[in-house]
Design a protein around this ligand. Sequence first.
Ligand code: CMX
Length: 441
Amino acid sequence: MGSIKEKFKEKADIAAAEIKDLLKEHGTKTIGEVTLAQVYQGMRGITGLVTETSLLDAQEGIRFRGYSIPELQAKLPSAIPGGEPLPEGLFYLMLIGELPTVEEVQDVTSILQRRSHVPTHVFQTIDALPINTHPMTMFVTAVMALQTESNFAKEYSKGINKKDYWNPMFDDAMDLIARLPRIAAYIYRRKYRNNEHIQPNGLLDWAGNLAHMMGFNDESFKELMRLYMTIHADHEGGNVSAHTTHLVGSALSDPYLSYAAGMNGLAGPLHGLANQEVIKWIFEMQEKLQTEEPSAEQIAQYVKDTLAGGKVVPGYGHAVLRKTDPRFTAQMEFGKKHMPDDKLVNTVWKVYETVPPILQSLGKIKNPWPNVDAHSGALLVHYGLLEYEFYTVLFAVSRAMGVLASLCWDRALGFAIERPKSITTESVKLWLEGKGEIWGD
Ligand code: CMX
């Protein structure tokens, strides 16, 4: 058993015993009320899940095991002195609950290197799809093809004690995270670089290797990938991609099936696909206005036209956050350091000055501030990654670390199959007339 696996099991056993005691003593306590409006409106604000890896505060933004993004940038080991954190370090933190040492991060990097082999049939499956297939469809299809490799599925069919579920789950999570950069880079090179592929470099870290295999060897692009993979990894448990992975995993579907399901949710324009929508929206604005440097007035008019067309302003708003997303701020800092004069990046900053007051003036939007997706595309375009349909694949590679670390915890803590109660409007009407209850079995 590798040391990270042993450490995970040790931590999980302690946590499982704590939760058992906690529920024994406090299990009947009420933690909130549910209104009818919440039931109809996306269950917003209902606390109904446990996710150990990160917690989102509406004002402060995301904290991973208690650490904010600036704290991670200061405390996690980096590939170059003073550089961006290595995402392997964040994965260790989410999985084990403690900040890793440099050696522990190196250990994760080498485990991922060793497990990164992708079987030929996965590449053949990608090749079988028409070239105009969306990269997220290719990505999820490839993950499904890779499901042949699931240790959990094999062990379960042989017959496994439920106490041991966590073990093959852990192996699957590691294998899958290790293999995703290879798959993502293959899709990128097949679709956008004449099918000319680049072999992995065994000396590089996980995110650096992804940049290398995609064909981007600028050191600051590798740094961007390390930052990008870190900040997109997790956003507590209720968002569509994390919740779906957890939900599907709760049926004991293996990590390949569960993660693929979650990434189908990430591919929606109100969630992860918003990163492609933002750049598309800005490119269309440039095209319409015939300028690469639109003024604040021109942007304001374009925003109003977008809203008048019954469309959302992509990259703005959030279901939980009520301030500028710290993941946006981290990318803005990166832009100021590496490309302060880039015209597109400056447009993103001008959009940031212009959009919030307009959204606020509508009076119905709970959060007029930018989210993570408002910034990411402009940084990628700076390095020549213009193919915006690919952006959500990068988000998906990063998100694997959070949702799969959580899946390991789900199985180690023996979490139950998810099965909330649903109701019909007819039953609501009867309840309102005092003719029956809508809850219960
Ligand atoms: N532009 C226009 N209208 C918006 C808006 C935006 N950016 N954000 C919210 N609204 C609208 C909603 O559509 C809703 O309108 P209706 O009442 O007419 O249906 C109203 O404002 C209230 O919405 P809300 O409670 O403030 O926001 P929700 O929790 O319902 O939705 C989100 C959150 C992210 C889906 C929404 O803000 C949105 O669509 N944003 C644009 C897409 C985007 O950037 N998504 C990425 C989010 C981050 C991620 O998951 O990656």
